[in-house]
Design a protein around this ligand. Structure first.
Ligand code: F3S
Length: 279
């Protein structure tokens, strides 16, 4: 059996960086406690490894004991969280992805200059919630072209940013429309290409092979997207770990493609490769 791994698969730069920073803290901790505000990534196996090493995952700063360390995950958080952490004497380990940090800075700068911030993205996504927290939670969030009609026209100037993982073509279309309907508008392209690279290479590979194996959390939206893309071209199996593969008759394929979501650790991918190699 032949197999090929997509050119871009698994951890993106920002997630890898956050996971490395968190691991470093756990390796060097003494009597202090280390917390993360929300699960570090959407991968329960990886989260479990970190928890076993001593990481406490909480959903609220109130649950963190004073003077502990708190890891901010790659999605970033609002300005208030940093303030509250300082008030509680916590040491902040800021693993916000630098690409997300840049959006927060833009939102903060333009808000302070009197612009109305428009975020194109998913209102409830932690990254968007965090960005909004850098413009006093006053941003207008729109998800698609249809939402354009909801934008109030009574502000003098607007600044538009995108959630890092949204579709580039949709953002271009929305930006063009906004430039037509609003008089004074600055658009920043803040999309991160890591997602697009993973989707493109998964799509390409799924056209070459007899079946695709997509590795990643069942709740990870970027993994689900990869599954959808691959399914358009070939039989596709979404698995979380190698043990899920036992349920399928992979032997019947002669050429298998493998890809993984941006929150899938390399050791889970390697387990799958080992399994395939043994067939
Ligand atoms: Fe950062 Fe892009 Fe990953 S924004 S967290 S490198 S998807």
């Amino acid at each position: 059996m032949k197999f090929k791994i997509a050119d871009y698969a698994g951890f993106c730069f920002g997630v890898q960086r956050a996971m490395d920073m968190a691991w470093e803290e756990l390796e060097t901790m003494n009597d202090d406690e280390v917390y993360s505000l929300g699960p570090l990534i959407h991968n329960k196996q990886a989260v479990k490894v970190y928890e076993d090493k001593g990481l406490n995952v909480v959903d609220d700063l109130d649950k963190v004991n004073e003077k502990s360390k708190i890891i901010i995950r790659s999605h970033g958080v609002s300005k208030d969280i940093y303030r509250n952490a300082v008030d509680k004497n916590l040491k902040v380990i800021d693993a916000t992805c630098p690409f997300v940090k840049k959006i927060q800075d833009i939102a903060n700068e333009y808000y302070n200059k009197g612009y109305k911030i428009i975020i194109v993205g998913d209102k409830s996504h932690p990254e968007v919630v965090g960005i909004n927290g850098w413009c006093n939670n006053e941003a207008i969030t729109i998800k698609n072209i249809e939402d354009l009609s909801e934008i109030p026209r009574n502000y003098k100037k607007y600044c538009v940013v995108a959630q890092t993982t949204i579709n580039l073509n949709m953002y271009k279309e929305i930006s063009e429309k906004l430039k037509n309907i609003l008089e004074d508008v600055i658009v920043h392209n803040t999309i991160c290409l890591a997602t697009r690279d993973r989707q493109k290479s998964a799509s390409q590979l799924s056209k070459e092979v007899d079946c695709m194996i997509v590795i990643g959390g069942k709740h990870s939206s970027n993994t689900q997207k990869l599954v959808k893309i691959c399914e358009e071209n070939v039989e596709t199996y979404h698995i979380e770990t190698v043990s899920d593969l036992h349920a399928y008759d992979i032997k019947k394929y002669s050429f298998v493609g493998i890809t993984a979501g941006a929150s899938t650790p390399s050791w889970i991918i390697e387990d799958v490769i080992k399994f395939i190699k043994n067939i």
